[in-house]
Design a protein around this ligand. Structure first.
Ligand code: SAM
Length: 274
C-alpha cells in the first residue's frame, strides 16, 4: 500500500460504478476525509474491523492504511472487481464478502473485540445498529463507527426533554456510550444526499444489573408510542407498570420524554422481577 492511491473518481470510472439510488449509494471520494473517519475508532496494527458497504473501497483503503485487518461485506456485485484489487494489495489483511450484511454472522467473521465501521443507507444502518445493541452483553464488538443522517445521529445521542429523545436514545444509551464524532456535509458525498449526515461512535458500557432487555424495550415502546400522553395512560398496557411508577416515586403525570435513561432502567428492573 505504499504507492499513492489512485483517485477514487478514477477507480469509479474504470469500473463503471455510477452510484445507484436504490442501493443508497453516496460515495465519499475525499481521501483526507476518509482517513479522518478511519481514525475515529482508534484502530491500528493487529486490530480487526468489520466494514459494511465498502462500495468502491475508499473507506476500506483508509482502514487498511491504519494497519488493521478487515472483513468487508458489499451487496453490489459491480463493486467486487475494485475491491478485489484492494484485496490483492492488502497482504491478506482484507477479506471481501459478496452479499447482504443483514445475512452475515459478523461475530463469526471478526470474533470478539473487533470494531465495526459502516457508511450505509439509513434504513439498513438503523436495523443493524439495533441488532448490534441487542443480545448478550458485553457485545462482541469494541466500538461502532457508523454514518447516519444527521437527524438519526441526534436521536441516538439525545438527552431527555429534547425533541429527538426517544426509543433509539434509550436503546443506545442504557448500556453503551454514544457520541457524535463528526458532522459530514452533504457536499462530501457523490452524489450529494438531500440531508446532512453525521458519524456516531459508540462504545459498550457496563449493563445495569437485574434488567431484562426485552422488558426495557416493551416499556420504551409503550411510553414513546404515545409520547404526548402522560405515563399513566401510555403505560396502561404494560402489566405492573403503574404500580412500579408509584413504588419508584416517578410521577405518573409525566410524559415519556421527561424520563431519564436511568429512570427507564429502574422501571424495567422493577418489572423484570415480576
Ligand atoms: N463505503 C463507501 C463510501 O463511504 O464511499 C460507500 C458508502 S454507500 C453510502 C453505501 C454502500 O453500502 C453501497 O456500496 C451499497 O451498495 C452498500 N449496501 C447497501 N445495502 C447493503 C447491504 N444490505 N449489505 C451490504 N452492503 C450494502
Amino acid at each position: 500500500m505504499s504507492q499513492p492511491p489512485e483517485p477514487l473518481r478514477d477507480v469509479i470510472a474504470r469500473h463503471g460504478l455510477q452510484a445507484t439510488k436504490a442501493l443508497g449509494q453516496n460515495f465519499i471520494l475525499d481521501r483526507q476525509l476518509l482517513s479522518r473517519i478511519a481514525a475515529i475508532p482508534g484502530i491500528g496494527d493487529g486490530d480487526r474491523v468489520y466494514e459494511v458497504g465498502p462500495g468502491p473501497g475508499g473507506l476500506t483503503r483508509a482502514i487498511l492504511d491504519t494497519g488493521a485487518s478487515l472483513v468487508a461485506v458489499e451487496r453490489d456485485r459491480r463493486c467486487l472487481p475494485a475491491l478485489a484489487e484492494l484485496e490483492a494489495e492488502s497482504d491478506g489483511r482484507l477479506k471481501v464478502i459478496s452479499g447482504d450484511a443483514l445475512d452475515v454472522d459478523e461475530k463469526a467473521e471478526i470474533g470478539r473485540g473487533g470494531h465495526i465501521v459502516a457508511n450505509l443507507p439509513y434504513n439498513v444502518g438503523t436495523l443493524l445498529l439495533l441488532r448490534w445493541l441487542a443480545g448478550d452483553w458485553p457485545p462482541f464488538w469494541s466500538s461502532l463507527t457508523l454514518m447516519f443522517q444527521r437527524e438519526v445521529a441526534e436521536r441516538i445521542v439525545a438527552k431527555p426533554n429534547s425533541e429527538h429523545y426517544g426509543r433509539l436514545s434509550v436503546a443506545a444509551q442504557w448500556r453503551a456510550t454514544p457520541r457524535i464524532a463528526m458532522a459530514v456535509h452533504r457536499s462530501a458525498f457523490t452524489p450529494p444526499p438531500k440531508v446532512a449526515s453525521a458519524i456516531v461512535h459508540i462504545v459498550p458500557a457496563p449493563q445495569p444489573d437485574g434488567v431484562n432487555p426485552q422488558v426495557l424495550e416493551t416499556v420504551t415502546a409503550a411510553a414513546f408510542g404515545q409520547r404526548r400522553k402522560m405515563l399513566r395512560s401510555s403505560l396502561k398496557s404494560v402489566p405492573g407498570a403503574l404500580d412500579a411508577l408509584n413504588t419508584l416515586g416517578i410521577d405518573a403525570e409525566r410524559r415519556a420524554e421527561t424520563l431519564s435513561v436511568d429512570e427507564f432502567v429502574a422501571l424495567a428492573r422493577a418489572l423484570s422481577r415480576d
